[in-house]
Design a protein around this ligand. Sequence first.
Ligand code: MN3
Length: 211
Amino acid sequence: MENNYYPFVNLPLPYDYSALEPYIDAKTMMLHHDRHLQSYINNLNELLSENPRLQRLSLEQLCRLDTGRLPYELKTGIKNNAGGVYNHRLYFESLRKPTGTGPVGMLARAIEGQFGDVKRLFDELKKAGMSVFGSGYAWLVSERGRLGIMTTKNQDNPIGIERGLCPVLTLDVWEHAYYLKHYNLRGDYIDDWWQVIDWDRANSNYAECFK
Ligand code: MN3
């Protein structure tokens, strides 16, 4: 991942704000990337600015941070904001303009082997996304190559929860990800999110899990 250390900057989206239309609208993408993600980046930089020792840690290390010696406020702030940066980067980087294609490569084979077909994977991811009460995420993760689906609350993420979990895809179900277009209809947003997944990227995310 680019810009993996302090000071963090908001990397531009790898596509236009309108690239995911008509599934995810340009205004949502602009606010989500330029304001929500930007806030997590600003907050994280601010928290680290007075803690030079923590500035040497990568974004992933900050997500995994598990030192009892940090003051509670700092630990919580870093966990929430490092998670906010990591989760949003993965979310945005794993989307692209709709192409009508499905899973490719080794990920496609793993999905077929474990879920039977891609529809079943989608149904389970959607169920997981719908089950998040309040704000959070649904994830497709790999654990030693084995695919799994999980949810996290707020800005928590799999890498902060357990060392062996490696994210392949993330589905942001915070209302800010869909409310302008889909209002309260999270299920419709999840259907639309599925149309704009970058499956090449998902496959390379999965390949990274084996390194
Ligand atoms: Mn979000």
